[in-house]
Write a protein that binds this ligand. Structure first.
Ligand code: AMP
Length: 173
């Protein structure tokens, strides 16, 4: 199945100059969504994780079903200030400005191998921050899986220390 057909490119969203990769057509086509989940689940399984970590918010759409399919705990990493219990925070640079991500301190036991999931790998800054949170808890990163890789933004290079799997690669944007 050609999953590329279900990714819509929207120019100048959310800002001029950004070519936004919209996954909602894929989410709206059950066969395509399932095929994407099947393949991401295979990547996750091969990494032998003890937990699946999803990055807010589109990482939840893929991470939670993968965790369910593999019978593993699902761990949400959220934007700052959303998690209610004791948490760890990392700050990371965005294209413009900075942002913060949180994880619950008891979300992953030390020594757990975690597989990190998000929809798009762009510069890799968000995934790197997620990896840092996992490692701050004493767990380790078994690998990372993304639906889409935007080649040329350097994400794979930036995540060089980790095993990175992506389903669809786009050269522009
Ligand atoms: P990154 O630069 O890898 O830290 O990407 C930041 C976040 O923004 C990722 O979680 C992606 O979901 C999202 N993102 C970045 N660039 C795009 C894009 N061109 N289209 C859709 N989502 C994007």
């Amino acid at each position: 199945m050609e999953l590329e057909r279900y990714i819509r490119a929207i120019p100048d969203f959310p800002r001029p100059g950004i070519l936004f990769r919209d996954i909602t057509p894929l989410l709206g086509e059950p066969g395509a969504f399932r095929a994407a989940l099947d393949r991401l689940t295979d990547y996750a399984r091969a990494a032998g994780p003890g937990a699946i970590v999803g990055i807010e918010s589109r990482g939840f759409l893929f991470g939670a079903p993968i965790a369910d399919r593999l019978g593993l705990p699902f761990v949400p990493i959220r934007k700052e200030g959303k998690l209610p219990a004791a948490r760890l925070t990392v700050e990371y640079a965005l294209e413009y400005g900075e942002s913060r991500l949180d994880i619950h301190q008891d979300a992953v036991a030390p020594g757990t191998a975690a597989f990190i999931v998000d929809d798009v790998l762009a510069t890799g800054g968000t995934a790197l921050a997620a990896a840092k949170l996992v490692e701050l808890l004493g767990a380790n990163v078994a690998g990372m899986g993304f639906l889409i890789e935007l080649e040329g933004l350097g994400g794979r290079l930036r995540l060089g220390a980790y095993r990175v799997e992506t389903l669809l690669r786009f050269t522009e944007g």
